[in-house]
Ligand binder design. Structure first.
Ligand code: CDP
Length: 633
């Protein structure tokens, strides 16, 4: 408690110390002297009141159409200046889209004379976040109700084959990073290295060298000190520079350190691999074959490099486009940085995750309460699209056309532990299937309900949804994000990952050491009378129970990421993917002694199980590693 207060934060939500530290450093608003001016609850209140106020615009729209005023409407004499800014901007978006009648002044008048139910949603949204049942992605937390106002984590930008196009995209990238978003690109349209450049009769420098400019730009734009931007770089397997791309990252030099890279592969590539055939490398400018290489040669290089450095991953372009619900708008060529969100060029998406650890009732999952949260969170995420301040005009256009949202989960490992089910078990896969299919179905229903209230997303006409006769407000509703920071805020296990370490020693400044123990593990060992500082220090040496003498049942339930066989990791990813509109972010953790064959097997399995992409991470394969299990580094 004292420690939290020494950070200058009044913790009114009983958060963990780590949560308070993260909020203090990057989320809570500060005044010009750097003094914190809001509590965690006030932060959630700020977010709720700048998202929920959007409801008032839909109330007004309904009123103009039917003369109806919502039940429980409350007259609002005045909104805050920042709320007014959000409303005015959203009003104008709706005007541009041709769905809003009347003037803004008329709307403000409606608020004070007729009223709105927005306050009810504001309260519900605040409660849903303050209880840590649901947390939106970081940019929404950081920027709602601020000047920046950019609320989405995920963007994809096109990269055209000209200096003008490349630098236009570079500029847009900088604008997105500045506002806390991450960007993904396919560099496959760029002509290869040493190809001719018409205007200068010189030679082209190729995709990899241009990626380096994006990388440096990311370094320079530090997202206002809040977080460093992240990028996904994709090159298709048949680009002439593919080998250079595959080898572009290594663990020694920090080249492209702000990039995750993935090779864009298709079904055809796997056919060639299976038939030991050649791949034609094609210059995208001339469409001519420049060279042929054995598919196996490329595959081996990819696997070898992934073994050494964790990059490149794969993205399965055919699978992604088969599942693309808005083929009428275009083809997908890239995902966002962590791979969970396939997007069209210039499309963005805002995410949010439900904390599953909060939905355990005894030994059961509380589906009724989960349903309520899914519906409310879907509505919240749809409101975010209107409250959002888009950094680039074209992004606003495409995003509002498809209205993608990404509702996901976190705390899945905690849920399993509470249910006493090992992560690496068929029962865990069954739970994953049941929970995620439920969330997916309910969020679709919620989006259909919103479509009745507010209309379908504009690109619905001609979309796959239209062909199925299902009216939707959002072209996708579900995504499994990594929840890197928001799971710390919520104090739960991240995303759908197993527990990383049960105990570890954190080295803090001035040589002090802090022993941190997973709260569920502490609770369990205490309840069995097994807890001791000595035991925890021993566990902290490796982070797991592999070499600890403790009952077998506990060992199974508290299994950690590196003990889980890679195949279970892939199976878990594939299970969530089956019930997810967009993608699943998952790290296939491997022990440091994993072989190249293990990696090849995981990549292959991901393809066969219809994943949309795959990344593996072999322990210690990067010199700089964000999370390290165990004390010894
Ligand atoms: O937990 P949080 O909302 O901060 O983010 P996450 O779930 O770990 O990551 C979601 C997405 O945010 C990533 O896929 C990126 O698109 C973006 N991101 C970023 O741009 N820069 C970071 N440093 C972290 C995430």
């Amino acid at each position: 408690r004292e420690e939290k207060e020494s950070l200058g934060v009044k913790d009114d939500l009983k958060l963990t110390l780590n949560a308070v530290k993260v909020l203090e450093a990057r989320y809570l608003l500060k005044d010009e002297d750097g003094k914190i001016i809001e509590t965690p609850r006030q932060m959630f209140r700020r977010v709720a009141s700048h998202i929920g106020i959007i409801e008032a615009l839909y109330d007004f729209m309904e009123y103009k159409k039917t003369g109806k005023i919502p039940e429980n409407a409350e007259k609002i004499g005045k909104v805050s200046l920042t709320q007014e800014e959000v409303l005015r901007r959203a009003f104008n978006y709706m005007k541009e889209d041709g769905i809003m009648e009347g003037t803004f002044e008329e709307f403000m008048d409606f608020l004070s004379t007729k009223g709105t139910s927005a306050h009810l949603y504001i309260n519900k949204f605040e409660e849903m976040m303050s209880s840590l049942d649901f947390v939106p992605n970081s940019p929404t937390l950081m920027n709602a109700g601020t000047k920046l106002g950019q609320l989405s984590a995920c963007f994809v930008l096109p990269v055209g084959d000209s200096i003008e196009d490349i630098f236009e995209t570079l500029k847009n990238t900088a604008l997105i990073h500045k506002s806390g978003g991450g960007t993904g690109f396919s560099f496959s349209r760029l002509r290869p290295k040493d190809d001719i450049v018409g205007s200068t009769k010189g030679v082209a420098s190729g995709p990899v060298s241009f990626m380096k400019i994006f990388d440096v730009t990311t370094d320079v734009i530090k997202q206002g000190g809040k977080r460093r931007g992240a990028n996904m770089g994709i090159l298709n397997y048949n680009h002439p520079d593919i080998m250079e791309f595959v080898l572009s990252k290594d663990s020694e030099n920090k080249v492209l350190s702000n990039f995750n890279i993935s090779v864009g592969v298709t079904d055809e590539f796997f056919e060639k691999l299976d038939n030991d055939d050649y791949v034609d490398l094609i210059n995208p400018r001339t469409k001519k074959v420049t060279k042929r290489i054995k598919a196996k040669e490329l595959w081996d290089a990819i696997i070898d490099q992934a073994w050494k450095t964790a990059d490149p991953g794969l993205i399965f372009l055919d699978e992604i486009n088969r599942k693309n619900p808005v083929k009428n708008v275009g083809d997908i060529e890239s995902t966002n940085p962590c791979g969970e969100q396939p997007l069209l060029p210039y499309e963005s998406c805002n995410l949010g995750s439900i904390n599953l650890s909060k939905y355990v009732n005894g030994k059961d999952i509380d589906y009724d309460r989960l349903r309520e949260t899914v519906w409310l969170a879907t509505r919240f995420l749809d409101d975010v699209i209107d409250a959002n301040k888009f950094p680039v005009e074209q992004i606003k256009k495409v995003t509002r056309m498809t209205r993608k949202i990404g509702l996901g989960v976190m705390g899945f490992a905690d849920l399993l532990i509470k249910l006493e089910v090992p992560y690496n078990s068929w029962e865990a896969l069954e739970i994953a299937e049941k929970v995620m299919s439920f969330i997916n179905e309910e969020s679709h229903k919620a989006s259909q309900h919103l479509a009745e209230e507010r209309g379908v997303f504009p690109a619905w006409y001609g979309s796959e949804w239209e062909k199925e006769g299902i009216k939707m407000r959002n072209s996708t509703t579900t995504t499994i994000a990594p929840t890197g920071t928001i799971s710390i805020i919520a104090g739960c296990s991240s995303s759908i990952e197993p527990i990383f370490a049960l105990a570890f020693v954190r080295h803090v400044l001035n040589g002090q050491e802090l022993l941190e123990v997973n709260p569920l593990f502490e609770e369990k060992t205490r309840s069995l009378g097994l807890y001791s500082e000595e035991l925890m220090r021993k566990v902290a040496e490796t982070g797991n129970l592999e070499n600890i003498e403790i009952n077998e049942e506990i060992k199974k339930i508290f299994v950690t990421a590196h003990e889980v066989d890679p195949q279970w990791h892939v199976l878990m990813q594939a299970t969530f993917q089956r019930y997810c509109d967009s993608g699943v972010s998952k790290t296939i953790n491997m022990k440091s002694d994993a072989t190249r064959e293990d990696i090849a097997k995981a990549y292959r399995m991901a393809k066969d199980l219809h994943c949309k992409g795959i990344t593996v991470y072999r322990d210690k394969s990067k010199t700089v590693q964000v999370l390290t299990a165990g004390t010894t580094e």
